[in-house]
Design a protein around this ligand. Sequence first.
Ligand code: GAL
Length: 905
Amino acid sequence: MLSPKYLKCLALLTTMLLASATSANQRERIDLTSDWRFYRYADSEIPDSLIYDNRPSTGQYNDSQAADTKPTDAVVTESGNNALKPWILPSGNNFLGASEKRYERPEGKPGSNFPFVQEGFDDSSWQKVDLPHDWAIAGPFYSGENPKVGGGMGRLPSHGVAWYRKQFSTGANDADNRIYLHIDGAMSYSMVWLNGNLVGGWPYGYSSYRLDLTPYLAKNGKNQLAIRLDNPPKSSRWYPGGGIYRNVWLEKTAQIHVSHWGTQIITPSVSADRATISIATTLVNHLSESSEVTLKQSIHEFTGQDLPGDSPVKELPEQKVKLSAGQQHKTTASTILDKPKLWGPAPYQTPNRYALVTSVIYKGKEIDQYITPFGIRKLTFNPDVGVLVNDQHIPLKGVNQHHDLGALGAAFNLRAARRQLELLQEMGVNAIRMAHNPPAPELLTLTDKMGILVLNESFDSWYKKKTPLDFHLIFADWHEQDLRALVRRDKNHPSVIMWYIGNEVGEQYTGQSGADIAQTLKAIVKDEDPTRPVTSSMNWAKADFPFSAAMDLISLNYQGEGIRQAAEFEGTERIRTPPSYPAFHEAHPDKVVLSSETASAFSSRGIYFFPVTKKESAPVRDGLGGNSKIHQVSSYELHAVDFGSSADKVFRYMETYPFVAGQFVWNGFDYLGEPTPYYAARSSYSGMIDLAGFKKDRFYLYQSEWRPDYPMAHILPHWNWPGREGEITPVHIFTSGDEAELFINGKSQGRKKKGDLEYRLRFDDVRYTPGTVEVIAYKDGKPWATDKVTTSGAPQGMKLQADRKTIDADGKDLSFITVDIVDENGVFVPDAVNEISFTLDGPGRIIATDNGDSTDFTSFASQKRHAFSGKLLVIVQSNRGEAGDITLSATNPELGTSTILLKSI
Ligand code: GAL
């Protein structure tokens, strides 16, 4: 039998042969991620002065301020004489609506004398790196008081100036081509030189952009790229990462081609029987004469996951298009597809996808082929129930996700991203909010394929700032380009259902003037995509504010459940708001209400503190869910940030107000930075899944509510409490059943039923005796699910388990290996902290280790690490082009050595 791997190679080979057979001018997209040279100025060095622009001085800034601190006014700074901004602004010209706003490129060749941009510069002593690359993730962490980078940004060296260099060749065939550089994301203020010429750049690190390299190509075909990044300190409320942290491509096209993100597919009417498909295609003509081309378009199903099928399900009539010299031209077409295979979210529907294949024929020859994946689905927004997809109501069971991938940092990796989504789907997630910035493009391909709805977001700040050097510095100059770039890039993804123009921005506080800015941003989005609602998250704006009125739908953060309502918060300067879902629903009866941030509940996996609060939801204080000496939070899952609510409380509100379209929990995975409530740490406490990808107890609480038909029961806490014999040690059960009986060492502790608006079963009077805790959960009176926790003996060994034992030998694929510390009987030891060393034999590398402990300052690159609450994670990556067996060994002097065998194929 032919292996899937072989078939994949064959498919790839066929595509390559086809491409070369048709025409030398055919569009070609070349992966430009390998073999770069990298140099970052040390903190002690003064970097070169090739700056984008002057920045205000930041002075003393405390990065541990509460997330809902009121944003403040910008500090006005004069532009510098030596700033390169005038050469960078024209890079965004295609993303400015009005042509009079476009920037002229000034004369001159700034930076051309600087050695790093020159072809002859010897960069052999620079570090060799492959992209995507995050220069900060290996650390070291900054520890202690007043660190250079504080807990807010993850205590990692993401700040500073750095350079990337790479050579590429062009051949005689390219003389008639246009050559573009695509950068999916570079953190931040990237500026690109080619052969000593400043080509352009893009400041916002989360935007994808492309530059036309054609005018600067070397005659001899030997081209030298040099890219300068300058990532400001004190510029983010979370870990931004540093570097070219997403993919980079070289794209060759004919002089006439489909323009950048130049297709738009809209499905204005959809039913099971037929769908209308409207297509807009923008072509660009770089020739110096006007030309006529034939446009051929056809619609194909996706046969496998990645390739559109060969035979079209629909061919559109050919169009003759006249293109003026040097101009863009937009054509439109419309067609009907019978019995369309609709795209819909999992698990309710199937995420079927189609591809539009666009061919441009010029003088009888196909000179461009452009593939646009899309989906056919009907979205309805009904203020009384929420979101409907293909006429089915889909309650939003969402999470917020930042862009980092834990121990891998910001460097995008397809497998790591997919693993996150798989775990979230296992929990019952059907929607994700991209907090608070455009995601990697591949992530949206994954959400399309896996059937996950997406709230796609642009900015965390506008004119008003949250941190001294955040996006507000460039908002005035770049908001339109960044917003159009986001919408133009992502508009054909069926998974994207809404656009977010901001998160908790300071302009909520500024009455009509803030609302006017919102309207301006909304108009920009609507100009690019009239089909989806546009909104911004509101933690402060009230129902009667002009800001709320400016939104297409009402997107609340925390205030739906009420903010700081407990008596202890009386008199605080911070936000205090009564539960506000009804007020918004009444004031805006024509708008859907949803919660784009709920909870912000905290816990450290496997850590439990006593006594346990009897409340449904409580803030974290010493002795009350928290311990500020060890910087950990109890996992009874009852504690939240001061302005937030426990999961249980949020569920109660969702059930009480069924018009609310659903919630996006803050947040799915723990992320680097923003370690509220303990800024001495490196990463957050608010995930349902920890930074290493291990499930916290909260995972099961959400699963019990979000997957009611999936039989499950989960016991907390663990049952290793030497010294607590005879003491009250509450046991809580999360189950999708409605009733449960608890047994300790076989003795029933009673059978309890969930009351109305209750989401857990609390056995709060249990006293600890070592042994076994068991639960039998029931649903409708019938046995439904069980769980068991056993007191373990001392650590004696390790169990290694891989999420995938076979990986691709492409130099990118990963295996995530979990190490569980076990006792002599193989029972998991939940409080084990043994230090384990890892070695690897075979064609692969250990690229990171982690344990999910927010306080662990061991470098993620370290091959030696302490277990946290009994667990560790090792991430192994394949070597490019080297297949074979990989053996990972884990060693500890007392526990011996355990191994696991992986295959790279
Ligand atoms: C919100 C904010 C998020 C995050 C969260 C933490 O106010 O929008 O970005 O900071 O609080 O609790």
